[in-house]
Design a protein. Structure first.
Length: 77
């Protein structure tokens, strides 16, 4: 099942399938290591859901909900 990273639940893991967005946002996500094929794990969410903290390539990364919405992920069962 595919969904965007902003719709993940705490503890879910998945593989990045696609990174959408325009220019600066897409480039920033790629520079942070969010590329197709990378495995992500949702560690934490702020009380109102923004920002979120993920584990990616062995490090923790905090993303705004608007940035997370640009990342399509295949959920691992």
């Amino acid at each position: 099942m595919e969904k965007t990273l902003d719709n993940f639940s705490i503890g879910e893991t998945g593989i990045v399938k696609m990174v959408a967005g325009e220019g600066k946002i897409k480039r920033r996500l790629f520079d942070m290591g969010i590329t197709p094929g990378a495995e992500v794990f949702l560690r934490k969410k702020a009380p109102l859901g923004d920002p979120i903290e993920i584990t990616l390539r062995g490090y923790e990364l905090t993303l705004r909900k608007s940035e997370a919405a640009c990342v399509t992920v295949e959920v691992k069962a």
